[in-house]
Ligand binder design. Structure first.
Ligand code: ZN
Length: 176
């Protein structure tokens, strides 16, 4: 397993549409998911899409366990949203590709999803609560959409500027 670099805005690769994984869940895909999980834990975050480490495949990892709870890694290959309910709820979202920016996003409260898990088994289930928020956020990444794309243009530009500035500062600190 290896920790990979997480792309941050305005990296254009974050706008790419990810391609389906062909031929089921191979050892290569499992190795990718292992790296993604390690990268996500290291960050730390609760969800990560493959494109966030520059791999344009429809693969997501997630762990919604709270501090002090047993780790609960979840793996999603070729996930699809089959159905959402009309009722929405707000949640203050963040993203490893937009570090230190948080804003309230409104999404459907529940969604029915289908995906292949780590073993390659097809799973179909309802997601709700934080699970529903997180899977919708991560699946947006597969379409090249970031949570800040739902904000006003001004707020979005501020978010990108903030990340850019922080990265420049980090580079300077490193050089000093
Ligand atoms: Zn994200």
């Amino acid at each position: 397993m290896a920790i990979r670099e997480i792309l941050t805005v305005p990296d254009p690769r974050l706008k790419d549409v990810s391609k389906p994984v062909e031929g089921g869940v191979s050892d290569d895909i499992r190795a990718l998911m292992d790296d993604m999980l390690e990268t996500m834990y290291d960050a730390p975050g609760i969800g990560l899409a493959a494109i966030q480490i520059g791999v344009p495949l429809r693969v997501i990892v997630m762990d919604l366990a709270r501090d002090g709870e047993e780790p609960d890694p979840r793996y999603f290959v070729n996930p699809e949203i089959l159905e959402t309910i009309e009722e929405t709820s707000p949640y203050e979202e963040g993203c490893l590709s937009v570090p230190d920016v948080f804003d309230e996003i409104e999404r459907p409260r529940r969604c029915r999803i289908r995906y292949l898990n780590y073993e390659g088994d097809e799973i179909e289930e309802w997601a709700e609560g934080l699970y529903a928020v997180c899977i919708q956020h991560e699946m947006d990444h597969l379409e090249g959409t970031l949570f800040i794309d739902y904000l006003s243009r001004l707020k979005r530009q501020r978010a990108v500027d903030k990340v850019r500035k922080a990265r420049r500062q980090k580079a300077r600190d490193h050089a000093a």
